[in-house]
Design a protein. Structure first.
Length: 378
């Protein structure tokens, strides 16, 4: 699939910054993320109407080597009409730019519709898969969600471990002698303990507990997060999954099926309050009293996937988060709204829970779920 890249002054600074830097990278220039951000901020200050200002905003933030100026001028000509402007003159034949996926297909279409190139061509290839990984779940089409489901199902997890009371034979000297093995070895030597034996502490997988908000405000993200929970349940040991809304529902057994679609259907049937209200404090209290404080959350990594909107009293949620934090090893809150520009945890539930959270991360895209998998596996 090939599309012509057309950018004008009506585009946002963010779109222009990202598109322009893609062309620079296609020409071999090294453009870091920090430079892209600086270019975007500069465009916001100088505006997009004057060519001279836009040119120097890009050159001052994106060019680090004088040898890159020529390539920068070629790329900049793509973003402006081919005419002379005060302050900048670029002697170039018309340059056509096309953008295509990495499937190897070429596109001969130009901006003016002429199939005969009148000048050099800059072609930028992009990976649709990489773009999809960064896309917000709420903005994905049905086709894109199907592709994301395949990616989520392919996530791999490593189990973190915790020290166990059980002890195993050790090949190295430790502080714990293995008296039973030493005595047995001494009997073969006439009672002399010639060979000393030692014990080492065993380790067992640390439990992972997932609490997934399935309320109405989480509808655009709930199904993708349930898919993530399914990949976690079948991908590692000692995992428990719960759906929280107006009530608490344990869905570990439903998600244990190897078939992702069957697991999602079973979980949807088991959760009676899907896309309903939110009572985070009450459901978390029920979890603590029935499951968490009785042993399930002790020494576990607890992950709450919610936007923090709560109809209940924030004091109740804060109290239950504190109780859970006392017994758990680590508490991670995943909020799909965290990536929104200008976001602040001002919702009553989120503000009450944040002081008792060890990690506060995003959960709006596949890329953020990859970071979550790394967090729970670290």
């Amino acid at each position: 699939m090939n599309d012509t890249l057309a950018l004008d002054s009506e585009n946002s600074p963010a779109r222009i910054a990202v598109g322009f830097c893609q062309i620079l990278r296609g020409l071999g220039l090294e453009v870091s993320i920090s430079r892209v951000v600086s270019f975007q901020e500069a465009l916001g200050l100088v505006g997009l109407n004057e060519r001279n200002a836009v040119y120097w905003a890009g050159r001052s933030t994106l060019v680090a080597d004088p040898e890159e100026i020529a390539d920068f001028n070629r790329a900049f000509a793509v973003f402006w009409e081919q005419k002379r402007s005060s302050g900048i003159t670029v002697e170039l034949p018309p340059i056509s730019v096309s953008i295509s996926t990495d499937n190897g297909e070429d596109n001969d279409e130009r901006l003016d519709g002429d199939t005969t190139p009148s000048g050099p061509t800059i072609q930028v290839r992009y990976s649709a898969l990489e773009t999809l990984k960064e896309k917000d779940f709420a903005e994905c089409t049905d086709r894109e969600m199907n592709e994301l489901r395949r990616l989520i199902a392919g996530l791999r997890f490593t189990s973190t471990t915790r020290p166990s009371r059980r002890r195993l034979p050790s090949k190295h000297q430790t502080r714990n002698p293995d008296m039973r093995r030493m005595v047995r070895s001494a009997l073969a030597m006439g009672g002399e303990p010639v060979h000393r034996k030692f014990l080492q502490r065993d380790h067992r997988p640390r439990r992972l507990v997932l609490l997934i908000d399935v309320s109405g405000s989480m509808e655009p993200y709930a199904r993708a997060l349930i898919r993530f929970a399914h990949a976690t349940v079948v991908g590692r040991t000692r995992v428990e999954a719960f759906a929280i809304g107006t009530r608490l529902t344990r869905i570990t057994r439903e998600l244990s099926s190897r078939d992702p679609d069957a697991a999602l259907r079973a979980a949807a049937q088991a959760v009676a309050d899907w896309s309903g209200g939110t009572r985070l404090g009450a459901t978390l209290k029920e979890f603590n009293e029935l499951w968490g404080l009785r042993g399930m959350a002790r020494g576990a990594i607890v992950v709450l996937l919610s936007d923090g909107w709560d109809r209940g009293e924030p004091e109740v949620l804060a109290e239950q988060m504190e109780r859970l934090h006392r017994v758990s090893y680590r508490q991670v809150w995943v909020n799909p709204l965290k990536h929104t520009p200008g976001y602040a945890p001002l919702a009553r539930g989120m503000a009450a829970a944040l002081p008792h959270t060890d990690d506060f991360i995003e959960g709006h895209s596949f890329e953020s779920l990859e970071r979550l998998a790394e967090t729970v596996s670290a």
